[in-house]
Design a binder for this molecule. Structure first.
Ligand code: GUN
Ligand code: ZN
Length: 435
């Protein structure tokens, strides 16, 4: 007997990028909607009045008045070992890494610490409505084991990898080209494709890997089907200059990765604030993706991401929190900051494009849009229930809104974890506000 359950609320999900098809064709909205979930997957979605009579007698129906169901949020770039450094004062990227981040990541040699942090991290993600994320571990392979164990327990769709770093980092955080390759292989064999888990080959960024390590990372990337490659690129001007010094024989930052076979579908590059046109062109033509991390880019003073330019080259773009350079786990908070980053460049971010970036756009960036990102039948039932009455201010402001777009926009500007009433992964409640 299939297990069927139905959820009644306003329902909204994206069908395409509004940039490609216009706002109206890009989403589907049911003011009084019904989401029918069967065995962890979306079975049907539509108007409650049409679907309710079709349900088998006795089907459980959960009603959410004053709420909006959307797909679970997708975070295309985050670090689970950096919960302890969010909100660290006064540094830009390279100092920030040395002063705060590397010492904190060193603590993950202790497996009990890693386990505790994985629980804390996943709890935060789910409290914020994020059901899929592309996640950095540390250089320690057990950091990834503990993370995947915690994900497996909750049946989450997650992607993660062990950091590869064999130079320009403290001794307690470095591997070697060979040990990094061997440890990654072991983790891939143990976790990649297990349940809803996927592995990402994770060179931290070009400055912390030797050419030998990047070569072996590129080899790994081709040795297993559907593997991810996850790294940073062109986040900070000093960093870009450093890469030029370290790799003088390469055309530029992206060319370092390109030369080592690290670009293509399922390659995700965090930041890309200072990419030049040729690099955007290459990312677009190879099917690579960029993660736009607005709270981090502002907090670390990295710069303003040019969404119109990068998308103009056909690059897949998802939204990332980049915790702990980023300052919030909430994709609503990220959208709030994304709006401001774009405002400062004369670009606009309407509510539907924003929802797209946080859901289906992220799923497309990760080549997971056949499984997640919206609520079409057959997709994983990963969804969030957003509370129109989350705070007195949200309640009041939304009551003044006359259109869905206005309501959604105000929710994205005012909302954060408080706006998430409940989060579901594969049809199972994994977070309920107040519980
Ligand atoms: N570049 C290399 N490592 C990191 C990191 O941990 N965070 C950010 N934001 N950028 C990086
Ligand atoms: Zn990062």
């Amino acid at each position: 007997m299939p297990s069927t359950k139905a959820y009644r609320a306003a329902l909204l999900h994206c069908l395409a990028d509004p940039r490609d098809v216009g706002i109206e064709q890009a989403h589907e909205y049911f003011e009084d909607g019904l989401l029918v979930v069967e065995d962890g997957k979306v079975a049907r979605i539509g108007h409650a009045a049409e679907l309710l009579p079709t349900l088998a007698a006795g089907t459980e129906i959960v009603e959410y008045p004053d709420a909006l169901i959307t797909p679970g949020f997708v975070d295309t770039h985050i670090h689970y070992p950096q919960v302890g450094v969010i909100g660290s004062y006064g540094a830009q990227l390279l100092d920030w890494l040395e002063t705060y981040t590397f010492p904190n990541e060193g603590r993950f040699s202790d497996i009990a610490h890693a386990r505790e942090q994985a629980e804390l991290f996943l709890g935060e993600l789910l409290r914020n409505g994020t059901t899929t994320a592309l996640v950095f571990g540390t250089v320690h392979k057990q950091s990834v084991d503990t993370f995947f164990e915690a994900c497996e327990k909750r049946n989450l769709r997650m992607i993660a990898g062990k950091v590869l770093m064999d130079r320009n980092a403290p001794d307690f955080l470095t591997d070697t080209a060979e040990s990094g390759y061997a440890d990654s292989r072991e983790l891939i064999e143990r976790w990649h494709g297990k349940g809803r888990l996927h592995y990402a080959v994770t060179p931290r960024f070009a400055p912390t890997s030797t050419p030998e390590q990047l070569t072996l990372a590129g080899k790994l990337f081709t040795e297993f089907p559907d593997l991810y490659m996850h790294t940073h690129i062109s986040e900070n001007k000093q960093e870009v200059e450093w890469v030029k010094e370290l790799f003088p024989e390469r055309k530029g930052y992206l060319d370092v990765y390109d030369h080592h076979g690290l670009i293509g579908p399922r390659s995700v590059f965090a930041h890309g604030v200072h990419l030049c046109d040729d690099e955007c062109q290459r990312l677009g033509e190879t099917g690579s993706a960029v993660s736009f991390c607005p709270t981090s880019n502002l907090f670390l003073g990295s710069g303003l991401f040019d969404l119109a330019k990068v998308e103009g080259f056909g690059v897949r773009v998802g939204l990332g929190t980049d915790v702990g350079g980023g300052t919030s786990f909430s994709q609503l908070a990220s959208l709030n900051e994304a709006y401001k980053v774009l405002q400062l460049q004369g670009q606009k971010l309407d509510a539907f494009k924003a929802l797209y970036l946080a859901t289906l756009g992220g799923a497309r960036a990760l080549y997971l849009d056949d499984r997640i990102g919206n609520l079409q039948p057959g997709k994983d039932a990963d969804f969030v229930v957003l509370d129109y009455k989350a705070t007195p201010l949200i309640d009041y402001r939304l009551s003044q809104a006359t259109t869905l777009q206005e309501k959604l926009f105000a929710l994205m500007i005012l909302g954060d974890d408080r706006a998430v009433k409940e989060t579901f992964a594969a049809g199972v409640s994994v977070h309920r506000k107040g519980c």
